[in-house]
Design a binder for this molecule. Structure first.
Ligand SMILES: Cc1ncc(COP(=O)(O)O)c(C=O)c1O
Length: 379
């Protein structure tokens, strides 16, 4: 029998069932899921609303090329449009976050015919060669260099240097409103405003990568709404598919014709089962007022994480249910001890424990996470 290639650490746990904020392993042990497959399961495992929509769709056509209209795509665009500020009128369909980033870079290049992408220290935008080129951390890039050569990295959150790095050669400026993998680092409003101004002045396309921050997790549908700064294009993925693979780029209506037929495409994009799940996820977001729930649960969790009493804990970072607990020491040593106590968490950067739970985590979950974190950080 072949084996599955190994590039993730093996936790030695076999997960067999999931329901909303919980997962169970084959020993019957229950976990509060603050990993959520790197933020994907924000609407919960096997959420009945999404399960129903997917069940209905699997009896119908699954994969139909983008040359054709389908009811599933129509349902998706209708539901998803309700989540978009009025400036945004066009959606490019892809299958993953990295692909969405690739697409955004291609749109910016085609629109401006300029070479240079401006990105920032500690950024993470994906692992395909293009998205990796605008990802900062050497640990992801080093083995694959040379990457796309025309990338300039500026210092994240240093507004005073923005003017200098966004020149006439820039096709785009790409930034995460809150850096996820890089450490759960929220951008400052001044920084995002400076990027908006520099993009306007230079004619570069301003891209916000909302693959991790987007779709309600930060307490707004899109994190940029919290800042009051709008990009020209933004990406989304992860939670948007309700658990099925999706990535999208959203932009101003006039960008919709940027590609000639053949210049862009993707075999699986707009798959009907994925569209049904994403339509249901979009409906659920509004119906359940998910961002407001994430905001409320997020402040309870932030409070619990700030009260561990551990001298190893430095501060809580993030917004809504995208939270990091920055430590004085490396964070990955605590992931398995937390797991042993029934809490799945992630790391971000070197020193940050990251928590990306589903929006329906309850008070008893928050208490349990707080106690587990306090226990593992006890020295
Ligand atoms: C901000 C951001 N952009 C892009 C990606 C890549 O998404 P995917 O893994 O779906 O390709 C990620 C994944 O973690 C991300 O956090």
């Amino acid at each position: 029998m072949a084996r599955i290639a190994k590039y993730y650490r093996d936790y030695g746990v076999r997960i067999i069932r999931g329901r909303m904020q919980y997962l169970w392993d084959d020993q019957g042990k229950r976990y509060i899921d603050c990993n959520t497959n790197h933020g994907v399961m924000f609407l919960g495992h096997a959420n009945p609303y999404i399960v129903e929509a997917v069940k209905r769709q699997v009896e119908e056509a699954w994969a139909v090329p983008l040359n054709f209209a389908t009811p599933a795509r129509e349902r998706f665009i209708e539901a998803f449009s309700k989540l978009l500020p009025s400036k945004f009128g066009v959606v490019f369909l892809q299958n993953t976050g990295a692909e969405a980033v690739e697409t955004a870079l291609k749109i910016a290049k085609k629109l401006t015919r300029r070479p240079t992408a401006v990105a920032f220290t500690n950024s993470f935008h994906g692992r395909t060669l293009g998205s990796l080129s605008v990802t900062w951390n050497e640990a992801y890039r080093k083995a694959f260099e040379p990457l796309y050569p025309h990338v300039r990295f500026g210092k994240f959150n240093v507004a005073s240097e923005v003017e200098k790095i966004v020149g006439e050669d820039a096709c785009c400026v790409i930034v995460e409103p809150i850096q996820g993998e890089g450490g759960v680092n929220p951008a400052t409003r001044d920084f995002l405003k400076a990027l908006r101004e520099a993009a306007d002045r230079s004619g570069a396309v301003l891209i916000f990568d909302e693959v991790q921050t987007g779709f309600g997790r930060t307490g707004a549908v899109w994190a940029f709404q919290k800042y009051g700064v709008e990009p020209d294009l933004f990406t989304a993925g992860k939670a948007l598919g309700g658990g099925l693979p999706i990535g999208v780029v959203v932009g101003r209506e006039e960008y919709g014709d940027v590609f000639e037929p053949g210049e862009h495409g993707s075999t699986f994009a707009g798959n009907a089962v994925v569209m049904a799940a994403a339509a249901a996820a979009s409906e659920l977001l509004l119906k359940e007022d998910v961002p407001a729930k994430a905001e409320a649960a997020g402040s309870a969790l932030a409070k619990a994480l700030s009260e561990t009493g551990s001298r190893l804990a430095l501060r809580v970072k993030g917004m809504g249910l995208m939270l990091g607990l920055e430590l004085r020491v490396k964070a990955d040593q605590f992931v398995q001890p937390l797991m042993a106590r029934g809490v799945l968490a992630l790391t971000a950067g070197l020193n940050t424990l990251r928590f990306l739970p589903p929006y329906m985590i309850a008070k008893e979950d928050v208490d349990a996470i707080g106690s587990a974190v306090a226990e593992v950080l006890k020295t």
